[in-house]
Design a binder for this molecule. Sequence first.
Ligand code: GLN
Length: 477
Amino acid sequence: MKIDLKNLSIEKAARGLRQGDFTAVELTQACLDQIQAANPGVNAYLEVFADALDQAKRADEKLKAGTAGPLTGIPGAIKDNIMLKGRRAGAASKILEGYTATYDATAAAKLTEAGVVWLGRTNMDEFAMGGSTENSAYGVTKNPHDLSRVAGGSSGGSAAAVAMEGALFALGSDTGGSIRQPASFCGVVGLKPTYGAISRYGLMAMGSSLDQIGPIGRTVGDCQVLFEAMRGRDRRDSTTISENTYAAPRREKGTPLTIGVPRHFLSGDGLDPAAREAFEKALAEFEAKGYQIRDIELPNIAYALMVYYIVMPAEVSSNMARFDGVKYGLHVDGRDGIEDYFRTRRAGLGREVVRRILLGTYVLSAGYHDAYYNRANAMRRLITEDFEKAFQAVDLVATPTTPGPAFKIGEKTGDPVAMYLEDIFTVTANITGLPALSVPYGSTERDGHTLPLGLQLTARAGAEADLFTAGKLLLGE
Ligand code: GLN
């Protein structure tokens, strides 16, 4: 039987496996065939695991024994900065060439335990710093909808792997939009959970107060299943929270939700007309389905991008100090320890990573600490309060995920600020710790290609359930 990967959600696949329509080995083989066909053009995978079919065989045994769960035998991909014990993990950086993970990331281990089949590891911007996967040391990931365009980033490989039907799902990490932006560019669904909802243990740290692991899938329901499987307290990550940390909003089941729109933030000409049109259509669709749409004010939101590009590099500069040429990966010999350090980092780290270490060191340095880092932190608090106030009146906040569709490869590489502006709608969820979901909605024609667009919904802390409810309603799941 030929497996129709295009329309296969996790839920459908799990049913097919249980009913014996196909085996996990057949499903995995279908994905491997598709990877072989599409990956040379797209470059979503850095490595395809040689034991994928063996994992699938074990899943088939569980299925036969009747001990299978909703994720048993489901083939997925993992971003190159999330560790699986005994496998390579490199964050798409030369400095980690040859590095093998010595332990499992908690989130990944939970999925392994649930029976997923790991197909391989996906390409990304080096150490997750970027929005186009152009900062990978292993070549750019191309957008499956148009190979002359970026897949987004930093989880570009993960989003592209799902979009090219080379996996049913993929894990990504999101520090300022790295799950949602590539999901939007590739026409798939991406969730950045509430800060602490999923353990970061085993995720290579970028900005520790911002980072979250999350799922990328074809449907909202798929992201929900994966989120449920990965969430929860972990004694190895003290920032993790339990399901009950935040009180669920009290409302009757089935009550239509209210969506707030910060129109004042969308009025500039930075928003592509097609993205604006798709956004308005999505709002109209929600209204037609009984949701209320309301204007809201987020007075300080215009500062969010600046706050992010101060706090994030500050944390990056500190987190990157561990790559010293001794503990992991690359080592370049010099005359003494200090020279080893400089040579290794010079040889192993790419330009964008170096730029952020420099920026971060600068904003944290004596004399500038108050002017930049402390003020950014104060503003971070104000932006969070803006959202808290807004959530007294609405259940969700909607914006486009990105200012426009996927851009051309090379279009923004010469201008870091233009690249950073792509993150304008996504960084707020990381600054505030709130959960946000990107769902594909609408498309636009560019040079004969149909490019997907994305809608972003942000919810109260701990209210991922509202994101899933609204996302499913919009996509008709
Ligand atoms: N594009 C953003 C950046 O370059 C987001 C990165 C991320 O979420 N990892 O910082």
